[in-house]
Every structure is written in C-alpha cells, then in structure tokens.
Design a protein around this ligand. Sequence first.
Ligand code: NCD
Length: 304
Amino acid sequence: MKHLIDIKDLSVEEIDDLIKTAKDIMANKEKYSEKCKNKILATLFFEPSTRTRLSFESAMLGLGGKVIGFSDAANSSTSKGESVSDTVRTVSCYSDIIAMRHPKEGAPMVVSKTSNVPIINAGDGGHNHPTQTLTDLLTINCEKGRFSDLTIGLCGDLKFGRTVHSLITAMSRYKNVKFVLISPNELKVPDYIKKEVLDKNNIEWCETQDIEEYMDKLDILYMTRVQRERFFNEADYVRLKDYYILNEEKLAKAKKDLKILHPLPRVNEIAKEVDNDPRACYFKQVEYGRYIRMALILKLLEIK
Ligand code: NCD
C-alpha cells in the first residue's frame, strides 16, 4: 500500500511520471473522466483549507469518482473525543483513498501505519505539505521547463511554512539548484532542514533578511504568508506579519523570466499590483494543483 506522507515517499522517477500524467490530463481531460468511476475519496480536514481540499475534491470529480468528508473537525466525532486513528479507521470503511490535514506534525504518518486505504498528507502542522509541493513542481516544470540549474528564493515564514520545507526537500534532489532563504531572524528555515537536507546534499544556500539583495539572481521567487496559527503569541505575529510586501518596485531588478509562486492564501505579502505582472504565476499554480492531484489519485489507486 502506497501512501504520500512526505515528498520523499516519491522517487524522482515517480515524480517525473506524475508530471507526465498531469500534462496528459491537461491535454486530454475527456480520456480521464471515468477513470475513478465507483471510487470514493474522503477529505478529512482538521484544519482550515480552501485550495487543498477543494482541489482534491475537484480532482476526484474530474476523474468520475465521488467525494465524502468534513472540513471542520468541530462537526465530526473528534469533538466527542474520538482519536484521529479511530476516525480514519472508520472513514476507510467508507472510502478508497483519504486526504487528511491535521494540526499535529506526524498525524498522517501515524494513521498510515494502520490504514488499509492510501493516506495522503494534505498538510501536517508546520511540518510538511507534499501535495502542495507536487503542485509547485508541476508549476516549475511547465513555467521554467526544467528542475535543474535554478536559483530559488524562498521568502516569508520559512520556519512554520510547511510548503517551504517540502519544496526544499524536493528540489534538493535536482542538479545545480541553489536556495536564497529570505526571512526575518525569527522565521528562519529550521536547523534540521539545513543539516539533513541542504548540507547533506551539498546544496548551495544563503540567508538574508533583505528581499532585494539577491533579486537579480532569482529564477523563482516563492512567497509565503506568515503562519499566524502557529504563533505562541499574537504580538509576535503582528510585529512580523508585514515584514515583506512584494511590489513592482522591489521587482525592479528581477529577471524578465522570473516566476513568482505562492501556495496561497495571500494576506499582505504580495501587493495586488503584482497580479498583473507577467511573472506572477500563483493563480496558474492553483490550476496546476488540480491536475497533479488527479495524477496522484490515479497512481495511489493503481489505475492506469
Ligand atoms: C498552504 C498550507 O496550508 O500550508 N496553503 C495551501 O495548502 N495552499 C500555505 C498557507 O496556508 O500559508
């Protein structure tokens, strides 16, 4: 049984295959419209979501399957004190595949150990978010045409931003990828990622607090929101929330073929004016997310 808990559960070859399938789906939607007939996806979201949950649901519906689930744990038996593993065990009797989001780091991994249907980690606390990374990878592949020889700027909340952690892990497997880590001191990439991922793979990386310092070097600028829900104290959040606001002035020195990504939701970190910049890709990225999730569902359900 294959689950997707961490992006490294997929080999580089498997990611290539998913991207190939996602591109084929984009070009031939009809061909896939019945592939998951009689299959049921359950979406169990113990934390808020718009894109991830709805893109999973839309992906399954696009494959001709059906969808059940909840988007608010307060309406589920969790509010009666049921454990996550009992909830998942129950839901696996009603479904063929489960996408779950949970505030506790490691929760999807724990339930995957006893689940008899594939579990997809749709975000676990401030830890990982592998399907956002698949979305980011398809975006990079379609918009830049390659995974190698890229300088990637990651900006914002690099400490709690789970999409950042999974993206660094994924991109560290390609040739000549460099990272510029742009964050306030308090929100730097965790040490375990620097040691276990960046240094272990001999990746070139640097840190700065200044979003403009390396702007002219970047091929990709990945903006992120300050993760309010992970802060212990509101005053710290308020102090840091508007640390970066990307606007046209800050992009003055950027390459013409820079691609600006953001997992969304955006709060203030990208000014509205940037939406009309041809380098802005974050809404296209949303669209790519649906197709790569379609490809992932097919893979985990072993449907050709
Ligand atoms: C991200 C997440 O949930 O981690 N959103 C998403 O899934 N697209 C990013 C965020 O919430 O800031």
